[in-house]
Design a protein around this ligand. Structure first.
Ligand SMILES: Cc1cc2nc3c(=O)[nH]c(=O)nc-3n(C[C@H](O)[C@H](O)[C@H](O)COP(=O)(O)OP(=O)(O)OC[C@H]3O[C@@H](n4cnc5c(N)ncnc54)[C@H](O)[C@@H]3O)c2cc1C
Length: 387
């Protein structure tokens, strides 16, 4: 293999390029990105601290730079209605970073390793690209994937909840999740600080709320104002800041085959991970590590490398995607849970929603919180017996 072209200069594409230049220095690596170098959508993203170990192993220098730019916070407040419950996570907690800073750090490392990055260059015709390997790191609307959906076995379905990604010009003291019934609607805010002066604020509601409150017919400004009213106690007069903040329904993207001929998918182009598990960026970057490992193992046999990538990364990714699926399925029913549970029972239900965390793990990691659940009679009967 002499040449690799990566379509998309997001976290997965840039990290793959950096790793490939280190492991296979004789290979020419081109990254083609449609946006200018300093453009980004959204605000800050969370990269969990424990989740960084794979990335740290792959490239300690990149990780050191990322960690230096991250805001860590082990606490989280979960509010149902107006009742806050404090959750103190073990360890340093989730680290958040402005997406533009994350991309800037990756761009710097890519440049230093001799990656050819072309900005402001949208690829329309994938067939015109000439390279031994073409990587689709081009996100949820992947053009590489679109060239052969039948070959990749692509399925796309849409969740029903509506969401938009905003910023707030203030660093909240810690991340929070607020679930608030308001005038017959059911609303969610996920917010977290990602710098000394800014926070990310993801606004969400279920489809019935969208219909009942006439949000379909509202202007984007009116929807924003509605969320500012619902979450006035938290925002304390600060407006939501929009940055191309479009209201969307989350696309669930899966591919039965990760590669076709010399084309391969990574990151969101391959599988979209729901934002409620807060790991989409890390998962996308871990795909890059797995693909770089496989190519380094089979540098002169692209088909063997692509088969190895799917065989090794597939099973571990399936677990993460299952967790994402359990999480968004829970959010799709948010109205039911908000109506059914008291605040403590709600938080217990929330924390065990993906099936990856059970009472035993909660007791180990959050003993004081489990004691609070028990005191409030919030543990389900079978969990109570296991205590
Ligand atoms: C509301 C919301 C909140 C989120 N919160 C978090 C969070 O807290 N933590 C987290 O880890 N993740 C979060 N994510 C997910 C995260 O943003 C993605 O999972 C992650 O960015 C995926 O990386 P990627 O490199 O695969 O794709 P992307 O980041 O989408 O990058 C793809 C790149 O390809 C470029 N591109 C696309 N098409 C072309 C083309 N034809 N030619 C050239 N370039 C092209 C795009 O401009 C883009 O730069 C969130 C997502 C949403 C929607």
């Amino acid at each position: 293999m002499k040449t690799v072209t990566i379509v998309g200069g997001g976290p997965s594409g840039l990290f793959l390029a950096i790793l490939l230049r280190q492991r296979l220095p004789s290979v020419r690596v081109d990254v083609i990105e449609q946006n200018p170098a300093d453009a980004t959508f959204g605000f800050g993203v969370v990269l969990a601290d424990t989740g960084l170990s794979r990335l740290r192993q792959a490239d300690p220098a990149v990780c050191a730079d990322l960690e230096a730019a991250m805001v860590f916070n082990g606490g989280q407040t979960i509010i149902l209605g107006d009742t806050p419950i404090q959750v103190q996570r073990p360890g340093k907690g989730g680290g958040a970073i402005p997406r533009i800073r994350l991309l800037g750090i990756l761009q710097d490392h890519a440049r230093r390793h001799g990656v050819n990055v072309r900005f402001d260059a949208r690829v329309e015709d994938i067939d015109a690209l000439q390279a031994d390997l073409i990587v689709g790191a081009d996100g949820v609307n992947s053009r590489v994937r679109a060239t052969n959906e039948a070959g990749f076995g692509t399925t796309v379905s849409q969740l029903t909840n509506h969401f938009a990604w905003f910023g707030v010009g203030r660093a909240f003291p810690e991340p929070a999740l607020v679930f608030r019934p308001w005038r017959g609607g059911y609303f969610v805010a996920h917010y977290y600080p990602y710098s000394a002066t800014m926070s990310t604020f993801v606004a969400e509601c279920d489809h019935r709320t969208w219909e009942d409150l006439g949000m379909q017919a509202m202007t984007p400004e009116a929807r924003q104002a509605l969320f500012e009213a619902v979450f006035a106690p938290e925002l304390q007069g600060d407006p939501l800041i929009s940055n191309h903040s479009q209201w969307r329904q989350f696309p669930v993207i899966r591919n039965a085959h990760w590669h076709v001929d010399n084309r391969v998918l990574i990151g969101d182009a391959l599988t979209s991970a729901h934002f409620s598990i807060g790991s989409g960026t890390r998962i996308a970057m871990e795909d890059a590590v797995a693909l770089a490992d496989a190519l380094a193992l089979h540098p002169n046999d692209v088909p063997a490398a692509l088969a190895a990538y799917e065989a090794t990364r597939g099973p571990e990714k399936a677990k993460l995607i299952d967790a994402s699926c359990a999480s968004y399925t829970w959010y799709e029913d948010i109205r039911t849970w908000m109506q059914r549970y008291t605040p403590h029972a709600f938080v217990y239900h929330f924390m065990t929603r993906t099936g990856r965390v059970d009472l035993e793990r909660l007791k180990r990691q959050f003993p004081e919180l489990v004691a609070q659940f028990a005191a409030a009679g919030a543990l389900p009967a079978e969990a109570e017996e296991a205590r």
